[in-house]
Design a protein around this ligand. Sequence first.
Ligand SMILES: [Zn+2]
Ligand SMILES: [Zn+2]
Length: 342
Amino acid sequence: MKAMILKSVIDLENNTEPLEMSDLPKPIPAGNEVLLKVVACGICHTELDEIEGRTPPPRYPVVPGHQVIGIIESTGNGVTTLTKGARVGVAWIFSACGRCSFCLTGYENLCSGFVATGRDVNGGYAEYMTVPESYAFPIPGVFTNSQAAPLLCAGAVGYRAVKLSGLKNGSNIGLTGFGASAHIVLQIVKYRYPGSKVFVFARHENERAFAKELGAFWTGDSTDDVPDQLDCIIDTTPAWKPVVEALKNLKPGGSLIINAIRKEETDKNQLLNLDFSEHLWKEKQIRSVANVTRKDVSEFLRLASEIPILPEFREYKLEQANTALLEMKKGKIRGAKVLVMD
Ligand SMILES: [Zn+2]
Ligand SMILES: [Zn+2]
């Protein structure tokens, strides 16, 4: 089968072709697994973190991709609930141990045995992949393949971030960065919290215009003064400056939720601008979002089909994965990017 593979950590400044097209054997599903013919796979900023070594794969080569839509082509002997022909999705959570204190209390996202799709095992930048039956999510019919793919990470992790933010209807929320995840979060907030105003902080004018189109109350750069202080802010940028700026804009007792698997090192010195009384005093909180649980994904898919959330996307062929990743690196984003298979 055709697959785009990553063979080592790569510096994207010097190498603009991080993934290589290759011919891999078609995977065979184990007893509890299904074999998917991949039809679409969303592109996530985490792929850049894998490529550039901030969250490196434990083994090479690896097929990236963790927002996978596929049609079940065959099933292992032990599969009982899914059948051939069904359309399912695969998210960042490929599996967890199921026995530890985290798994047993609804925090399988924090399991030390957490296995990530497209990093720890092969993902969806390929014609086929396998996944355990209990980690495959039926996809509601309201979505096309390309609409559904970004829901599996950008959407589901964004949904988890909204839950962790403690947002209440009527409270104001800020979003720093306006990529695939934030544009879905904005739609969740408009639907679930109609009395809340959404403030969007984004570097590029086109991102701010897009946020306005989707119903943002206010848009500006991360350094602009906001008309109101905010109850919570979700940060989806790879940088540190927006974190410092966001803390300044929080109300007393407000929460900053950082939705990023890793931060880049380039502007880390911005943290030296942290002023205790301005940025942290008065019980301001900082919390990260780590991974995602199956419950987050299923709940979010249900909510997204009810609203419905139809993500904006741009399609690329499998062999154009490097182009799409480089565009993401440069910040050329309107909504989500999706690989579609022939
Ligand atoms: Zn992701
Ligand atoms: Zn566990």
